[in-house]
Ligand binder design. Structure first.
Ligand SMILES: [Zn+2]
Length: 442
């Protein structure tokens, strides 16, 4: 029997015209390829779920997702299953695109203790992200092994896709800043990352002439520059100087109209990293999430034990910086709502990866916190899928459109009703293949 997937499945209108034609071309090419096949033997049909595809279209009930060679061919309500296709029933389930973290870290610190070698450890972190449904990570400030992991990855690996910034640039004078930026560029990074912060007044900020030196290398090489910042005035200045991503919330005060307007007009993305703030104070007491089965499922027990030590908890409780960041979080939550409502591109990011910031779980917590801050569940999910993919400049992920990688989550409950339903995660697919809950070998 001939394949029934020959109809020109038009992608719904993506939210940025610049990519529309490219996506359309890929989608049509794949549909054409499907028509040439005499049967559906290499096609997988996921049937019966309600699919929220991330494009901004309403959910598709009783959807059939057709996947060939790891990519989405079509998503249609009650779509036909081609003869010979492998059918995977998802009745009663909810499907959303894989989560994209626009600001994470992949240090290799979270891999299983027995894993040897920097590259393998980085891959271990990426597997942990993937088990939680974070299928793409933009690593904003990690070492050379991350670039090696990116370069040696295949698009169908059962671990998170990766973009890499190389080491964070914090040089104190322009020549050293330029050299560090050029070193990163030579390494083949996707981003340059610099840090303008005084750590709540406890250290010196990177001088502006050194910041300029990094941005100049960005201009010369075409590599976008993401910036760590804390203060509104610094955010304004960095925006004026040409940063391509505000990689943290403004946390010292409410944003004003001048910044909001400028940010929206620039198209530069804003990445709130609310859970980063949480990690700076939450372990003063035993956090509730330590008892969440969804956390416990993959939590690194050594790190939980370290954070649970009485000494550690007391130091955090007494820490003035912890108190400062707790205040910062209140501003951050107010600002993400203001900026989102004003039409700024807000991309989900967590800064997860360093100690105390649990990869995978923190991305879910970030979504829940964005909704606490006032975003709708659908807007928070857009921020963590389509918008984050665009902000991190990763093609072909973030929405379940024809031509995109079939990276998606299968949930038992509807996250559009209650965003905490992302915790009902049952399965993760990358390029149409199921990620084993215990990793590729499990
Ligand atoms: Zn970071």
């Amino acid at each position: 029997m001939r394949s029934l997937v020959c109809g020109p499945t038009m992608p719904s209108v993506p939210f940025r015209m610049i990519t529309t034609l490219r996506r359309l071309a890929i989608g049509l090419a794949l549909v054409a390829a499907g028509c040439e096949a005499t049967d559906g033997t290499s096609t997988t049909a996921f049937t019966g779920a309600t699919v929220w595809d991330g494009t901004g279209s309403p959910p598709i009930a009783d959807a059939t997702i057709l996947v060939r060679e790891g990519r989405v061919v079509s998503v249609e309500s009650n779509g036909a299953v081609p003869s010979g296709a492998t059918e995977i029933g998802l009745d009663g389930r909810y499907v959303v695109p894989g989560l994209v973290n626009a600001h994470g870290h992949v240090s290799g610190a979270w891999a299983d203790g027995d894993v040897v070698g920097e590259l393998e450890r980085v891959r271990g972190d990426l597997e942990l992200f993937a088990r939680y449904g974070v299928t793409t990570v933009n690593s904003l400030g990690d070492g050379e092994p991350v670039v090696a992991a990116r370069d040696s990855a295949s698009d169908t690996d059962p671990r998170a896709r990766l973009r890499a910034a190389g080491p964070v640039i914090t040089a104190e004078e322009p020549a050293a800043a330029r050299e560090a930026a050029l070193d990163n560029a030579e390494m083949g990074v996707d981003w340059l990352k610099l840090r303008v912060d005084d750590n709540l007044g406890t250290s010196a900020k990177m001088p502006w002439n050194a910041v300029q030196a990094v941005l100049t290398v960005g201009d010369e090489t075409g590599i976008p520059v993401a910036t760590h910042l804390f203060y509104l005035e610094d955010a304004k200045r960095l925006l004026e100087m040409g940063t391509a991503m505000v990689a943290h919330s403004v946390r010292d005060r409410p944003v004003d109209a001048a910044f909001t307007d400028r940010l929206r007009a620039s198209g530069v993305c804003y990445v709130p990293t609310l859970t980063r703030e949480v990690s700076t104070f939450v372990y003063a007491d035993r956090p509730e999430f330590f008892d969440d089965p969804f956390f416990i499922r993959f939590a690194n027990s050594e790190e939980v034990a370290r954070l649970s030590q009485a000494d550690f908890m007391r130091r955090m409780a007494d820490s003035p910086t912890a108190a400062g960041y707790r205040e910062g979080l209140a501003h951050a939550k107010e600002n993400v709502k203001t900026l989102h409502d004003a039409g700024v591109m807000v991309a989900m990011g967590t800064d997860a990866g360093p100690a105390g910031r649990f990869p995978g779980y923190f991305e879910h917590m970030e979504l829940w916190m964005m909704v606490d801050a006032g975003l709708s569940p659908a807007d928070a999910l857009r921020s963590a899928t389509a918008v984050a993919a665009e902000c991190a400049r990763v093609d072909d992920v973030g929405t379940l459109e024809p031509g995109h990688w079939a990276d998606f989550l299968v949930l038992g409950e509807d996250p559009l009703v209650d965003i905490r339903a992302t915790r009902s995660l049952e399965r993760v697919y990358i390029a149409g293949a199921r990620v084993a809950p215990d990793g590729p070998g499990g």
